[in-house]
Design a binder for this molecule. Structure first.
Ligand SMILES: N[C@@H](CCC(=O)N[C@@H](CS)C(=O)NCC(=O)O)C(=O)O
Length: 244
């Protein structure tokens, strides 16, 4: 039996750039659940946050119930909790399909790790190795989409949690594309079409603030990485490209 928490007040402890936070925010928006969002400075974590976040990471979901509070950590667990406690399911009803969706959510987390390695790569060789690794991961995704695809979303006509996970992933490429042509999504028309559909979904767009592109660009530029070097050179060559 699933408990209902619709009267509970939910707070999503967040960071403005975090893609794991965004997937929870998208799920909440798709379900029409009101929630409060509190941003944390991860470069200077407040004591209250350190006290309630076992891994020191966002997102956290603070769930107030019966005068008390539970704190849920790990985005995948938060998504599952929301599935079990809120209306408007985003997971498919079929058990095997649901397992497949969970697996591709896991794959989305692996892509996020690969994106982190890509933008942190210290030199040209590492940068090209990571862009190749990303390209291969999206080729896998393209094959999965072509085997089953029937609609704008991962599962056809119904927006699912897999879409909530990949919206924030593709958002990175909006900024990468402004920096250079890295060819990672080239030759993957179904991935590109999915990316296009997600970029127009209201819940996906509203999961970040309007200044997200500027913040992400500044974050990438501040890293001591091969990509940040490209950004700096680009700013010298075209001063109007100093911030996205
Ligand atoms: N597996 C975690 C990953 C969350 C994560 O990596 N959060 C990052 C921000 S996007 C974080 O809080 N980093 C702070 C740190 O590691 O100190 C999840 O799915 O929730």
């Amino acid at each position: 039996m699933t408990a209902k928490f619709t009267l509970a007040k939910l707070t999503l402890v967040s960071h403005r750039l975090c893609p794991y936070v965004q997937r929870a925010a998208i799920s909440l928006a798709e379900k029409g659940v009101a929630f409060e969002r509190v941003d944390v400075d991860l470069s200077s974590k407040p004591d209250w946050f350190k006290a309630i976040s076992p891994l020191g990471k966002v997102p956290l979901l603070r769930v107030r119930r019966d005068g008390g509070e539970e704190v849920i950590f790990e985005s995948a667990v938060i998504l599952e909790f929301l599935e079990e406690t809120e209306a408007n399911p985003l997971h498919p009803a079929d058990t095997l399909e649901r397992a497949r969706h969970r697996a591709w959510i896991e794959f989305g987390s692996a892509i996020l790790n690969a994106i982190g390695r890509f933008y942190s790569a210290a030199d040209e060789a590492a940068f090209f190795k990571e862009s190749q690794a990303l390209s291969e991961m999206f080729a896998r995704l393209e094959a999965e989409l072509s085997a089953r695809r029937s609609g704008p979303w991962f599962a056809g006509e119904r927006f699912s949690l897999v879409d909530a996970v990949y919206g924030p992933i593709f958002r990175y490429f909006d900024i990468f594309d402004r920096i250079g042509d890295f060819g990672i999504l080239d030759g993957k028309p179904l991935v590109q079409a999915w990316r296009g559909a997600l970029s127009e979904r209201r819940s996906v767009n509203e999961a970040v603030s309007p200044d997200y592109p500027r913040r992400l660009h500044a974050f990438l530029r501040a890293k001591s990485s091969y990509l940040s070097e490209i950004i700096r050179l680009q700013a010298i060559a075209t001063p109007q490209a100093r911030s996205a």
